[in-house]
Ligand binder design. Structure first.
Ligand code: URP
Ligand code: ZN
Ligand code: ZN
Ligand code: ZN
Length: 486
């Protein structure tokens, strides 16, 4: 059984050209002119792009006394509707602290539900012999990324010595450390300060997490990664201070990656000053939305290559859950959604405005992260032999984003009212159509697969080689040159 995507313009991270794509089973078999297959998928007047990869989601995450309401069923279907064919979700160890048990827990809940493919990042929320011992097995199971929270004091936060220990272990194992960069001690102190002053509403969330707090943590994480001799990936880069730290590190030859979110690119801090408490609380996430100047920095970083990936950090709580923080902003569950809208909003605000080229759009939504996560070119590419994760991207299919018609099960959408000019006509996951615009597509729980990712991506090997050539060495001295009696 073959399918051919006909009449479209293929857009990859490096070029665009008119060609058909022949799919056999789950795989791209051929790319060229006038191809034929058993089934034809119409791509006329449309682009054909690699399926989006969202490397930052928290579906059903237990967090801040509740659990993120977006399920793996609704989340992966919403992703497909938006042109995303792979998510990478964060696994959090439970009270027993075991990383391996946490993977079993995620497998048990996620795998029966997913419509599209899934990978995991593992959270390191402390340091122990057990964690040290389990990390190699985690990597063996195809999880080559470990996430460190520098914020959420008293819960997920790790201290610098714990991060250094974990980063060194990542260096040995060929794994990539990720950080949530915010100074958690400062955030906790500022939360207390604003609460004591009576600023208990969602605006206090923004005041207690200023950009400097993020910039400091980004610099610290970069320094720790450099000392450990390992590349570093900084999630949800929201401000110039953190971007500047990444830019500077990269100019020095360090292998540091930065991931802005679509939310921070288009929404700003005025959301928290909204007169309606619920409007503001629904947008509480960390780091918070910033004043608009920071958006220019993030957009420029994507075009310049100092920032590589646009993600969502989809951590979606209902309005009812947000009300947990009515008495004080520190108790509002942190997180916002976006995985259904990431591509359409980025295209409309980025490509339509001329801030990004279509090729850069593909790079930051799919190809770059596939390379960083070491699943390229199986994912993130349109080449023979790659998984047929493809989107027929219609640049003339407009809509107004609204919770009323979204596939996400959350009762609101932080992008409500934004007009987008493009969306998927079809989304294919390993050759199966998982979304067809206007054709009543449904979730296909259990058809998505876990995608293992091998260790030692080439950037890791290169950095290890460079670090071992340049590491401090003991000086061998002729005993003649050492004074006696020492
Ligand atoms: O506010 C956020 N970002 N919630 C999700 C957890 C995290 O920090 O990534
Ligand atoms: Zn501390
Ligand atoms: Zn975070
Ligand atoms: Zn997150």
């Amino acid at each position: 059984m073959t399918k051919v995507i006909k009449g479209g313009t293929i857009v990859t991270a490096d070029r665009s050209w008119k060609a058909d794509v022949l799919i056999e089973g789950e795989t791209i078999r051929a790319i060229g002119e006038n191809l034929s297959g058993d089934e034809v998928i119409d791509a006329s007047e449309a682009y054909v792009i690699p399926g989006g990869i969202d490397p930052h989601t928290h579906l059903e995450m237990p967090f801040m006394g509740t659990r993120a309401a977006e399920t793996f069923t609704s989340g992966t279907f919403a992703a497909a509707a938006g042109g995303t064919t792979m998510l990478v979700d964060f696994v959090l160890p439970g009270p027993d602290g075991s990383l391996l048990n946490a993977i079993e827990d995620w497998n048990g809940r996620a795998l029966p539900q997913i419509s599209v493919d899934l990978g995991y990042h593992m959270a390191i929320t402390g340091w122990s012999e057990q964690i040290h011992a389990e990390m190699p097995e985690v990597v063996k199971r195809g999880v080559n990324t470990f996430k460190h929270f520098m914020a959420y004091k008293g819960a997920l936060m790790v201290e610098d010595d714990e991060m250094f220990a974990s980063f060194q272990r990542c260096a040995e194992l060929g794994a990539l450390p990720l950080v949530h960069a915010e100074n958690g001690d400062l955030v906790a102190a500022l939360q207390e300060k604003y609460m004591a002053a009576g600023t208990t509403g969602p605006e206090g969330h923004a005041y207690s997490r200023p950009p400097e707090v993020e910039g400091e943590a980004a610099n610290r994480a970069i320094m720790i990664a450099d000392a450990a001799g390992v590349p570093l990936y900084i999630v949800h880069v929201s401000c110039e201070q953190a971007h500047e730290a990444i830019r500077r590190a990269r100019q020095k030859g360090m292998r540091v990656y930065g991931e802005p979110l679509i939310q921070h690119l288009v929404l700003d801090e005025r959301e928290y000053f909204h007169a309606d408490w619920e409007h503001a609380a629904r947008r509480v996430m960390s780091p918070p939305f910033r004043d608009r100047g920071h958006q220019d920095s993030l957009w420029a970083g994507l075009a310049a290559g100092s920032l590589q990936v646009v993600a969502t950090d989809h951590a979606a709580f209902t309005t009812e859950q947000k009300r947990m923080g009515l008495k004080g902003f520190p108790s509002i569950p942190n997180g916002t959604g976006g995985l259904e809208d990431r591509l359409a909003v980025l295209w409309s605000k980025g490509v339509e405005s001329g801030r990004l080229t279509p090729e850069e759009f593909v790079a930051v939504t799919s190809t770059n992260i596939a390379k960083i996560l070491n699943v390229y070119p199986r994912k993130g590419a349109i080449v023979e032999g790659a998984d047929a994760d493809l989107v027929v991207w219609d640049p003339k299919l407009s809509k107004t984003i609204t919770a009323a018609t979204q596939k996400s099960i959350i009762d609101y959408n932080v992008f409500e009212g934004i007009e987008v000019s493009a969306q998927p006509r079809y989304t294919l996951s390993r050759g199966d159509v998982v979304w067809a615009h206007g054709q009543n597509s449904q979730p296909q729980p259990g058809r998505g697969r876990f995608i293992p990712r091998p260790a030692f991506p080439s950037a890791h090997k290169a950095l290890s080689a460079w670090k071992s050539l340049n590491s401090p060495r003991r000086i061998e001295r002729d005993p003649q040159n050492i004074p006696s009696g020492v």
